[in-house]
Design a protein around this ligand. Structure first.
Ligand SMILES: [Zn+2]
Ligand SMILES: [Zn+2]
Length: 281
């Protein structure tokens, strides 16, 4: 099972514990690496993102931990960047100000047009997903998914980052109601995005959070999307997207054996300022 997790949130964004709690837990688990990836600051108020005023505290606190635990654990400071066209700053803006080691790029808030309200695709309740689908896309699921994947594609084409976070999370609140994995139009959207992922040499995150939180019966990504990641030989990393130290290695053991069954044998590891391939085990 991987001895590292590169996607987690502390109290600096919407996590439920201090950074030190994660470090102590990681050491107890025998981890070698640990990366904090707070939600990037956004130009409007949210309940989940790192506040601009706290950026310097985030830098200082992670620096202290890096030094204090240098002989036990390699600790990284990252951000889970939210991409919203015409709204979010260029990824490099917050990467520079937060002095990040690597970046995760994710879409949680989908724009239906310039200046329009945002569709929150993975909020706490499916009601928000359903209401947004009706209010912003007239209930047209194809239109809504095209907007989600188009925004994802725009992020890949215009921003610089390392890992694409939970890229089929749009399926979570769908829960098989509006579209299914077998729909050819859905598969085409997956294919288009993965072509771009491949062309930019991005790493696809295998995100276990939906599954261990019982919010999704599947990993992000899974099914056709995961099969295509394998066939296209796109590099992967397993992440728990932990919001509490107890979630640090959530379903890592399961994920390794599941991915091996599908035919994966390698995963990516970040250490000493670079990405390297390591055996999936
Ligand atoms: Zn996310
Ligand atoms: Zn996250």
């Amino acid at each position: 099972m991987p001895d590292y997790n590169l996607h987690q949130h502390s109290l600096f964004s919407d996590g439920k514990a201090e950074t030190l709690d994660y470090v102590e837990k990681a050491i107890r688990l025998g981890f070698s690496l640990l990366g904090f990836s707070e939600h990037s600051p956004l130009p409007f108020n949210t309940s989940f993102s790192l506040k601009k005023e706290r950026v310097q505290d985030y830098i200082n606190e992670i620096d202290v931990l890096k030094h204090r635990f240098a002989d036990k654990l390699e600790i990284f400071r990252s951000l889970e960047m939210d991409y919203i066209p015409a709204l979010s700053e260029d990824f490099s803006y917050w990467a520079d100000r937060c002095k990040t080691d690597y970046l995760i790029g994710s879409v949680h808030l989908v724009s239906s047009g310039t200046g329009s309200p945002l569709w929150f695709i993975d909020g706490p309740s499916p009601d928000i997903y359903d209401e947004g689908l009706i209010d912003f896309f007239g209930g047209d699921i194809k239109k809504a998914l095209k907007a989600y994947f188009h925004q994802t594609n725009q992020m890949i084409e215009t921003q610089r980052f390392d890992i694409i976070g939970h890229f089929d999370k749009i399926k979570m609140h769908n829960a098989g109601r509006y579209f299914v994995d077998e729909d050819l139009w859905y598969r085409k959207l997956i294919d288009e995005t993965l072509e771009l992922v491949k062309s930019k040499n991005l790493i696809v995150e295998i995100n276990t959070r939906g599954l261990y939180k019982n919010r999704s019966p599947k990993l992000f990504p899974d099914d056709y999307a995961l099969q295509r990641v394998k066939e296209m030989e796109i590099p992967i990393v397993i992440s728990s997207d932990a919001h509490h130290p107890d979630e640090l290695n959530g379903l890592f053991g399961f994920s390794v054996s599941y991915l091996k069954q599908i035919g994966f044998s390698k995963m990516m590891k970040y250490s000493n300022s670079q990405w390297d391939e390591t055996n999936l085990s």
